[in-house]
Every structure is written in structure tokens, then in C-alpha cells.
Design a protein around this ligand. Structure first.
Ligand SMILES: Cc1cc2nc3c(=O)[nH]c(=O)nc-3n(C[C@H](O)[C@H](O)[C@H](O)COP(=O)(O)O)c2cc1C
Length: 826
């Protein structure tokens, strides 16, 4: 399907239609469809009963705006028995949709409860160490229940105390009360007097209260957190297998999977405890006025087994628990409000012991502690990853409080660098400045600033750079009365339409009512001096004094020798675009260049230069600058075949060994990311693959390189699968983690590259949104640029579960923060 056809069908608003009859006309997320049909088949299997005939049709609804499935498969089951036919319509969520919903739930539940998780997990880690850090609670000197009860009556005559612990030497009682008027402190057992030394706070008791009630009696919130944590871990398992990568998402998944028993232990046992499953068998609590601890201990004394009292505390429904040590070990008794005593058997129960790490002594405590650390790691990597993604999405939004906007429209980076230098110079002079590409701006944004300084280049035959086109299209609808601007237009007089792009935009701005703060400045070729003049004038009008300003590095003029020219397409295959790789040796062997930098070559000194993307890197020892050049061939009005001046010169006329002069233009926006660990997604069509061999050779040379994924589209696998051998070699070496191709003229393929992106949407979204990947796209603007962006919008909408507008905003955010780098040519 012609890509332009699909983009023309884009309409605002959400409208779901059935797939059109020609399957080539709709782009269906194959994986999602397969998932849906799989579920459909299971559903039919269930619906089928003896005597029924079942037919089903899976109707997958397609969203034409985004070009992807809605994620809902509607299933029609025609079941007939004895001539009566019934039709059921069942809607099934496809696997992709299900995972997407699951991911959203996982994210938002986890984020909502992160503060609670942090408190509960950290306090749990401290409590896990309690058995190791504290001495065993058993008393070394035994004291009878009667003695403790007598002392407690003196200390707490009104029965308000909620806990009492006998000291190991049986000399004092530590009494606590939740009621502020109740007794609290350390008392002599013999006299019942408050001892001079007040006991320090019981750290473990405070931590336990934090762990169980968040110190605020919010036990219910902790219970919910335990259920939620268990559910989140299960959801996480459903979301994907671990991919061991040194990224936050990689660590998150890795911890979740590899430490699964450990991370599941505490929340699961906590949830079971909250549900009273697996604990000791408790007698039914009668309820009634709470029994005083002294009375409870007296009732235990009356049992007459002479056991020594260790501690007692208030329990549910007015009852109390009394812990004693007898010859058979620790015994717990529950004293009800009516004075009846029940001996609790079986200890705290396995679930409690597993939760508290007390089932196997010090090393089980250690396991609980490691489990708590793993849970902390899961929470930390999850929350940090979310925060970092959020920051990436909001990064680059215009500075708050700025009065001057510096806006740029740049094709090959010069205007962008000058805009940044302009903003910095003005900021240093005290002006509040925001700086943004026209790509990220809407005309109405100009009204938010006192003035806008525009730096706009010209490309093609007098055209606006690609990133400025949408802004220009939106201008006719904007009312810019009251907005002030000044234009610095970058151009080159060797082109027919000098500074055409800047002139066009200026005319349109004036047409919409904006007025000029300072007259337009036109830069011919190297823009440094024109920029300085213009900036000086503008700064004076703004009442600012500039310090000495330095223009960004200019293009570097190189002397190059063509050492090799290799044909990349197969001349025997008809209908392909003739394409060559050219390797140039710079006369200065210390010349530095990186993949994505640009080489400007003109066939004659007076001719306009053309720009070619460099596909090699001096950083990894490449001494040759390598270009991929397609011959531009067309038929003129008289039917004569013509070839482009620059491409014809490079592909045919320039002999090997010849020397030329060319300009090297740094293009840092399109260089490989400095953080080599970031996953790399490269999307290329035809000669757009030019810079990517250089990207992969830089990755090959790095030990810390993250994964990389190339999407390459061309016409025929047999004839123009450029750099196939090198790509296969990089795949074998693990440098290229994934390779997806689309060959539009192959009978068994027929797809364009956007189809591949959509088919891999879930994984692609994960690389970009979760693993901090960065996507570079290179190819013709009219085809690759539009179709890939449309595919990305659909992917964000489907797999990020956001509206069309939010997807658009996210895509713009990706362009601003460098997640999406575009180098397209006309
Ligand atoms: C392929 C190409 C086409 C160009 N077309 C024109 C043009 O039609 N008119 C013009 O004045 N300058 C033209 N230029 C010159 C650029 O506008 C000039 O080099 C500018 O500094 C580039 O800025 P940028 O890197 O921000 O895009 C062209 C440059 C290239 C590489």
C-alpha cells in the first residue's frame, strides 16, 4: 500500500472500522491478532458440546488512524443443534492488549503504594535481623506468675497497661500502655517502684508498629499493601521473562524472576497472615471489657503449673496473651474477658515463622533479610525507572518564566547549534530564554513570549527544513497580532533560492500579524559573522550587553582522495536504484569524524553542494570516510533520462584516486549516543542505511554496548540488501541483536518498513519507553519519515495505552529529549 495513501486517511478523532477486504490495505499487528485467535480457539473449544456444530469468525477491529488493531478481537460463534442456529458474539482481549492493560495496572498500583512499600519493606528488613541482634527473650532467672501479678497490681491498679515484659534477671518489669494516662516505664519487681533509670525506647517495638500499623494504627493499609505486593509480583511474571540487561528495567525483571521465592515470601505470608490463614488455631474471642494484665497473669498462676512468666500483652476482643516458660519450652495462654484460659498450641505457625524468618535460626533470618533487600530493589528499580521515563518525557519543555524564545528550524544541525549559542549568550547577559526546535512548537506558543528569535535554514530547492514544516502548515490558522520576532535565515547563494526557507517563514509570520523586532539577516555559507551581527543588534534592542560571543564550530574543509567505490546493489536485478559505497581518505590522517556527521560535496566549486551521511568512525580507528550514495535518476519533460549532478559525479564521473575538496559538518544530534549502554534502534530505508554501519562498528568496539536492532527496508532481498554480509557478521558476533527487513518488491514479502515496526510494537515500545532506548531513523523524508512516525504514534497509543493526543505529545517529547533522532533527506 502506498504509504502516502494511509497518511492521507488520517482523520482526527477515534473511529473504529472493520478491516477493509484487501488485507494489504490494513496494517494489522500480527502478534496481537495471533494472540486473539489463539484465545478465540480456546473459547470455541469450550463452547463446543456434543451435538453442536461450531463455526467462528474472528473479527479484529482496526483503528485506521493509527493503523493498528484495537486489541479487541470480536468472535462470532455460530452454534447449531438440530437445525437451530444461535450466534454468540464474544469480545476477547488480545494478548498484546491484555499485557498492555496489565502493565498499566502494574505501574499505577505500584506507584500508588510505593511509599507504603518502602516503609513496610525497610522495617521488615530491620525486624528480620531482630533474632540475630537481640538476645533470646527467655529469662535467665525465673519468676512466678504470682510475683509478677502482685507487682503489676501495684504498678497498674486500674488495669490500663497493654504490655509487660519481665527482664532476663527478673529484677524489673517493662510496662507499656497505649493509653497516655496508663503506666509506662521500667519498674522494680520487688517494690513496684519506677526505677531511676528510664528505659530507652524499644526500637524493635517502634519498628514493629511501623511495619504493622505505619505508627498510625493503619493496619488495614499494610494489609492492602501485602495483597497488592503479591498481586504485583504475579503480574510482573505475566509481563515478561527476564532479559538480563544492565538497564533499570533489566534489573527490575531480573530481580523479580531470579529472586522470585525470596521476593514472594514476605508479601505472600503477610497476606496469608492478614487473612488468618496458617496461623495458630485461636479459640473464639468472646469480647467484653478488656481483662487487666495483672488479672490475666493471676488466672494463669491459678492453672498451677508453676511456670515462669516471660511477658503478657493485650490481645483481640478484650483478651490477653500470657507467655510463660516451663520445662517443655514456651507456652502461650489466652485469657478471655470472662477469665477463662485457653492454652494455645502449635507455636506461631509456619506462615508466621516464614514471614518473620524464625523458622531456622540465624540463617532463616538472613534469608528474610535478603528477601527484604530484593523487595527494596524491586520497588526502587520500578519507581526510579518510572521517574526517569517521566523526566525524559517532560524534558525539553520550554523553560518556565522565559521572556524570549529562540526557535530554530534546522536540517543538518547548524541552525540548532547557533540557536543554542544564542540562548546561552543571552542568558549570560541576564535574559530569560527558552530554546526549542520549531518541530516542538505550535504557532500559538509565540504569544507566551515577549519576542521570538528565529534561526531557520533552507534545504532542497529553497525549502524549509523538515522539522519546521508542521509549524509552517499550522501558521495560517494562528493569530499572531502582538507577537514580535526576528529572523536569521541560513542559506547559500550557490542554490537558486537563496535563504528561501527563512524568507517563506518570515512572510507567513508577518502575514499572520506578527511584527519584526529587528530586520531579517541572511547568512551566506559559513554563518558565523552574520550570526554575530544579528545577535548584537537583537541584544541591543533587548537592552542587553553581550560578552564576547563565540560561534559554534564551523564546517571543516577537507582534502579527500577517493580510494574505493563499490557497487552495493546487484546490477543484474532490474528496477533497483543504483547505489555505491565510496571510501575517501582525508589528507590529514588526524581528521576526526563520527557516524551521522555530514560530508558536503559539490561537483564543481561554483555548484551547490549536496550532503551525505558518514558511515564510519575515526573513534574506532577508521581512517576512511565512507558514504553510501544512490544515483538520482529521472526523466525530463522530453523523456530523456537525466542524472543528478552531485550523485552522478560521485557514482560515475569521479575516478578512483581523484582528489576533491569537501566540507565536514559535525552533526552531534545524529551521532551514536554517548551512553553506549542505551539500546539502539536503527530504522533505515534504501541509502538511508548510510550512517548505520558506522554505528555498529562503534558498538562492536565497545565492551559495554547495549543491544541494537536494525530495521531495514528496500526493494528486493536478492538485489539491494545493502551491507548484508557485514550485518550478518555483526549479528553472529552479538553486536546486532535483532535485524528486521522488509522488501517491498519481493513476492513473499511486499511490506514496507513501518509494517515491521508495527508488528514488533510491544517489544519496540519496551526498548524505547522502558529500557531508555534511542531510535535513529534515516531515509527519504517523503516516505520513511511520515510512515515511521505514523507507525510510532500507533505503537505508543497501543502499547503505552494513551490517547492519540498524548501519543503525539510523547512522540514530540522523544524528539526533544533525543529518544527519537531523525535524519531524513528530500
Ligand atoms: C541539500 C542542501 C540543500 C540546500 N538548499 C539550499 C537552498 O535552496 N537555498 C539556500 O539558500 N541554501 C540552501 N542550502 C544551504 C543551507 O541552508 C545551509 O548550509 C545552512 O547553513 C544549513 O543549516 P542547517 O544545518 O541548520 O540545516 C542547502 C544545503 C543543503 C545541504
Amino acid at each position: 500500500m502506498p504509504v502516502s495513501g494511509r497518511s492521507a486517511s488520517r482523520r482526527p478523532g477515534r473511529r473504529w472500522t472493520r478491516p477493509r477486504p484487501d488485507p494489504a490495505c490494513c496494517v494489522v499487528d500480527d502478534a496481537a491478532l495471533r494472540g486473539g485467535i489463539f484465545l478465540a480457539e480456546r473459547c470455541v473449544a469450550r463452547a463446543a458440546r456434543p451435538g453442536f456444530t461450531c463455526l467462528y469468525t474472528a473479527l479484529t477491529w482496526v483503528n485506521p488512524r493509527a493503523g493498528h488493531t484495537s486489541g479487541l478481537t470480536t468472535l462470532r460463534i455460530n452454534a447449531s443443534m438440530r437445525g437451530t442456529e444461535t450466534c454468540f458474539l464474544v469480545s476477547i482481549m488480545t494478548v498484546a492488549r491484555f499485557r498492555s492493560v496489565l502493565r498499566q495496572l502494574h505501574r499505577w498500583i505500584a506507584l500508588a503504594l510505593t511509599p507504603v512499600f518502602v516503609l513496610v519493606i525497610l522495617s521488615g528488613a530491620v525486624l528480620a535481623l531482630k533474632p540475630v541482634l537481640t538476645a533470646a527473650p527467655a529469662a535467665s532467672v525465673s519468676v512466678s506468675a504470682e510475683t509478677v501479678a502482685e507487682a503489676l497490681i501495684k504498678i497498674d491498679p486500674r488495669g490500663r497497661a497493654t504490655g509487660v515484659i519481665v527482664s532476663p534477671d527478673a529484677s524489673t518489669l517493662r510496662v507499656t500502655s497505649k493509653n497516655p494516662v496508663g503506666p509506662s516505664g521500667q519498674y522494680a519487681l520487688s517494690t513496684g517502684e519506677l526505677t531511676a533509670s528510664q528505659p530507652g525506647p524499644d526500637v524493635f517495638a517502634v519498628v514493629l508498629d511501623l511495619h504493622k500499623n505505619l505508627l498510625l494504627g493503619l493496619g488495614i493499609v499494610v494489609e492492602i499493601a501485602a495483597y497488592a505486593m503479591t498481586v504485583l509480583i504475579v503480574m510482573g511474571l505475566l509481563l515478561g521473562l527476564p532479559r538480563l540487561r544492565n538497564t533499570l528495567a533489566g534489573w527490575h525483571l531480573g530481580i523479580g524472576w531470579l529472586a522470585l521465592p525470596l521476593v514472594l515470601l514476605a508479601p505472600l505470608t503477610g497476606a496469608l497472615m492478614a487473612l488468618h490463614i496458617g496461623g495458630p488455631e485461636l479459640p473464639r474471642v468472646q469480647g467484653g471489657p478488656p481483662v487487666a494484665l495483672a488479672a490475666a497473669i493471676t488466672r494463669v498462676a491459678e492453672q498451677g503449673d508453676g511456670a515462669a512468666v516471660l511477658s503478657a500483652r493485650r490481645f483481640r476482643g478484650g483478651s490477653a496473651l500470657v507467655f510463660t516458660a516451663g520445662p517443655d519450652g514456651q507456652v502461650v495462654r489466652m485469657v478471655q474477658p470472662d477469665g477463662s484460659v485457653n492454652r494455645l498450641s502449635g507455636g506461631p505457625g509456619l506462615v508466621h515463622e516464614l514471614h518473620e524468618g524464625t523458622w531456622g535460626g540465624a540463617w532463616s533470618a538472613g534469608i528474610s533479610f535478603v528477601g527484604a533487600l530484593a523487595l527494596a530493589g524491586l520497588t526502587g528499580t520500578g519507581a526510579w525507572g518510572w521517574w526517569r521515563r517521566r523526566r525524559q518525557q517532560t524534558a525539553g519543555s520550554t523553560d518556565i518564566g522565559a521572556t524570549t524564545l529562540v526557535a530554530f528550524g534546522s536540517q543538518t544541525g547548524t541552525a540548532a547549534r547557533l540557536a543554542e549559542a544564542t540562548a546561552q549568550a543571552l542568558r549570560r547577559a541576564g535574559e530569560k530564554v527558552a530554546c526549542a526546535s520549531l518541530e516542538a512548537l505550535q504557532p500559538a506558543a509565540l504569544a507566551g513570549y515577549e519576542q521570538t528569535l528565529m534561526i531557520v535554514s533552507t534545504t532542497g530547492e529553497g525549502e524549509l527544513p523538515d522539522p519546521a514544516r508542521r509549524f509552517m502548515q499550522q501558521l495560517p490558522a494562528a493569530d499572531l497580532a502582538g507577537s514580535r520576532f526576528s529572523m536569521l535565515a541560513l542559506g547559500d547563494r550557490r542554490y537558486a533560492n537563496f535563504c528561501g526557507g527563512g524568507e517563506q517563514l518570515r512572510g507567513a509570520l508577518l502575514g499572520q500579524g506578527a511584527c519584526e523586532l529587528a530586520p531579517i539577516e541572511r547568512a551566506d555559507g559559513e554563518p558565523g559573522s552574520a550570526w554575530r551581527d544579528w545577535l548584537g543588534r537583537v541584544a541591543t534592542l533587548l537592552g542587553r550587553r553581550l560578552e564576547a560571543v563565540e560561534a559554534p564550530a564551523a564546517d571543516q574543509v577537507l582534502s579527500l582522495t577517493l580510494v574505493e567505490r563499490q557497487r552495493l546493489d546487484d546490477p543484474a536485478v532490474a528496477g533497483l536504484t543504483e547505489t555505491w559505497q565510496l571510501s575517501f581518505a582525508p589528507s590529514d590522517p588526524t581528521t576526526e569524524f563520527r557516524p551521522g556527521d555530514l560530508l558536503l560535496i559539490a561537483p564543481t566549486p561554483e555548484a551547490a553542494p549536496r550532503c551525505y551521511s558518514i558511515g564510519s568512525s575515526s573513534r574506532v580507528g577508521d581512517s576512511l570516510i565512507r558514504l553510501t550514495v544512490s544515483l538520482h535518476r529521472w526523466r525530463d519533460a522530453a523523456g530523456q533520462t537525466r542524472v543528478g549532478a552531485a550523485s552522478g559525479y560521485l557514482c560515475h564521473d569521479l575516478p578512483e584516486g581523484a582528489q576533491i575538496r569537501a566540507s565536514l559538518r559535525a552533526h552531534p544530534q545524529f551521532n551514536p549516543p554517548e551512553d553506549v549502554g542505551r539500546p539502539l534502534i536503527l530504522v533505515a530505508a534504501g541509502a538511508g542505511i548510510a550512517p548505520f554501519p558506522g554505528f555498529l562498528s562503534e558498538r562492536e568496539a565497545s565492551l559495554k554496548a547495549g543491544p541494537s536492532w536494525l530495521f531495514f527496508g528496500n526493494r528486493q532481498r536478492a538485489g539491494d540488501f545493502f551491507y548484508r554480509d557485514a550485518l550478518v557478521r555483526w549479528q553472529d558476533k552479538g553486536v546486532l541483536t535483532r535485524l528486521d527487513t522488509a522488501f517491498s518488491r519481493d513476492a513473499d514479502d511486499g511490506a514496507y518498513i513501518d509494517r515491521r515496526l508495527i508488528a514488533q510494537g510491544a517489544e519496540l515500545y519496551r526498548w524505547l519507553a522502558e529500557d531508555r532506548g534511542v531510535l535513529y531513523m534515516c531515509g527519504r523524508s517523503a516516505t520513511l519519515g511520515q510512515s515511521v512516525e505514523a507507525a510510532l504514534l500507533g505503537i505508543i497509543q497501543t502499547h503505552g495505552q494513551v490517547s492519540a493526543d498524548d501519543a503525539e505529545g510523547m512522540l514530540q517529547g522523544w524528539k526533544q529529549d533525543g529518544t527519537l533522532q531523525v535524519d531524513v533527506f528530500g
